[in-house]
Design a binder for this molecule. Structure first.
Ligand code: CP
Ligand code: NVA
Length: 308
């Protein structure tokens, strides 16, 4: 079994293998209905237990469909309904029970340590479905979407992120190292990526380009990503932070300064992007959201060591 916790810790060749598998599987499903099972039902009889400590629409639905299409099933837990969430049971004991009843565990939490702790005590694979420090399933799927739309390897493209230095950006930075693509980041000085992630990039002999001028950041971009300024785990002064980002809103004028870029956003959205860009021709956000099903299927197969 293999865990899927952080892109930084997964070999580049394994990440590429997941994407290649997802491409093949997506093509083979063109004529199938949404709940029909892939040929060979590779995860027949397997149970994925999902637990959400925070809200989710897309991650919840896409994992449900992913395991179903592979022949398995899922059970979704809310942590506040468990003894663990009430403080009456340890992670170790909860993990033991999850490993006895289920075959895989997907966790969304606002505590990175909890993911690590579960990984320590589970004897089944654990998947990080978003934590304060990363959102690896989202970003791997986004790499897939970029290559699908642009019809070329992401390493040949200029990728731009306009927004906060949050979990999604951390995973995008990790992806830029693993897949060797150029990443430009546009954000206010105060919200630049932290020292730790920058040091990791340097240690891997790679570079990220950070601009406090949004126009410079988007110049030459083939893809522009954004995300909410305020994330689920953000405990900052929200008004102040939103104000700091007021010059970083993505609108049609800004898009024109790019290299005819497409627009991607993991959703949910806030005010960081104008309605006409979000719903415009260059936006592929709905395709991006649906692709999570396809990529997560291959992530599950990777975790169960069933990737072809
Ligand atoms: N993009 C994403 O993870 O969406 P949810 O929070 O709805 O799962
Ligand atoms: N950065 C956002 C992503 C939501 C999918 C958050 O953590 O809330």
């Amino acid at each position: 079994m293999k865990n899927f916790i952080n892109l930084k810790d997964i070999p580049a060749k394994d990440l590429r293998k997941i994407i290649t598998d997802a491409k093949k599987r997506k093509n083979l499903r063109k004529k199938l209905n949404i709940l029909e099972v892939d040929k060979g039902a590779p995860l027949k009889g397997k149970l994925l237990i999902q637990m959400f400590e925070k809200s989710s629409l897309r991650t919840r639905l896409s994992f449900y469909l992913a395991i179903k299409q592979l022949g398995g099933g899922t059970l979704t837990l809310r942590s506040n309904e468990l003894h663990l969430g009430q403080g009456g049971e340890s992670v170790a004991d909860t993990a033991k029970i999850l490993s006895t009843y289920g075959d895989g565990f997907m966790l969304r939490t606002d505590n990175d340590k909890k993911v690590e702790n579960f990984a320590k005590y589970l004897s089944i694979p654990v998947i990080n479905g978003l934590s304060p420090s990363s959102h690896p399933t989202q970003v791997l799927s986004d790499v897939f979407t970029v290559e699908e739309i642009k019809e070329k390897p992401i390493s040949k493209l200029n990728i731009c992120w306009i927004g906060d230095s949050n979990n999604v950006l951390n995973s995008l930075i990790a992806a830029s190292v693993k897949f060797s693509f150029k990443l430009s980041i546009g954000c206010p000085k105060k919200f630049e990526p932290g020292k730790e992630v920058r040091a990791w990039v340097k240690k891997n002999n790679k570079k990220i380009y950070i601009y406090n001028d949004v126009k410079k950041a988007v110049s030459g971009a083939d893809v522009i990503f954004s995300d909410k300024v305020i994330s689920l785990n953000d405990k900052v002064n929200k008004k102040k932070k939103i104000k700091a980002f007021k010059n970083f809103k993505i609108n049609k004028k800004l898009m024109k300064l790019s290299n005819n870029a497409i627009f991607l956003h993991c959703l949910p959205r806030g005010d960081e992007v104008s309605e006409d860009v979000f719903l415009g021709k260059k936006s592929h956000v709905w395709q991006q959201a649906l692709n999570r099903v396809h990529v997560q299927k291959s992530i599950l197969l990777y975790c169960f060591r069933k990737l072809r």
